[in-house]
Design a protein around this ligand. Structure first.
Ligand code: HEC
Length: 156
């Protein structure tokens, strides 16, 4: 190994030592805005988790579906506001990439669409008609991954 490589490896090791533990130990310390938007996002993640358990008959009953969907719709109406503050360069943990505020119109448009889909999902859940519930859930779920791929850092 050349000297340059050794120095590079040492620098990388040092970098890992300082960055990895913060991530591995449950996300380090989030600053206020980071925590708020994360908690809103968790409502979607947990909502889908509960729904999936109900569908598989593992936990809960279909009677809970409208309430879960309504909570997700409520969260969706707060999501955009939770990202409005540009937190680029702020100290503390976040999975939000800087690109969010570089491309705010695209990002905000995605959240508007998710909100519409979440409202439609809650309305479908309210009817108790599973033939409407399934497609509406799929429609809501179609928003998640493409945005995460572009705007959420994959740290865990
Ligand atoms: C317009 C972009 C966008 C959409 C749409 C979106 N998310 Fe997120 N999501 C993010 C960003 C950005 C973060 C990271 C926030 C932070 O750490 O500050 C995040 C974080 C999360 C997290 C916490 C981190 C993790 O991976 O466990 C969960 C859970 C989550 N989102 C679930 C969802 C689900 C489910 C949907 C779809 C119903 C969804 N999100 C739709 C951008 C989005």
């Amino acid at each position: 190994m050349t000297k340059k490589l050794v120095t590079g490896a040492a620098a990388a090791a040092l970098l890992l030592a300082t960055t990895i533990p913060a991530v591995a130990h449950g996300e380090g310390k989030r600053f206020h805005e980071s925590k708020e938007r994360h908690d809103i996002m968790e409502v979607f993640g947990k909502g889908f988790g509960k729904i999936s358990k109900i569908m598989k008959g593992e936990e809960g009953t279909p009677a809970e579906l409208p309430t879960i969907a309504r909570k997700m719709a409520e969260a969706s109406s707060k999501t955009k506001a939770s990202f409005e503050k540009d937190t680029r360069g702020m100290e503390g943990f976040t999975e939000a990439k800087d690109e969010i505020w570089d491309n705010w119109d695209d990002f905000a448009g995605r959240l508007d669409k998710m909100e519409q889909d979440a409202q439609a999902f809650a309305a479908a859940a309210e009817t108790g008609d599973m033939a409407r519930f399934g497609p509406a859930m799929k429609q809501l779920g179609s928003n998640c991954k493409s945005c995460h791929d572009k705007y959420k850092a994959d740290l865990d």
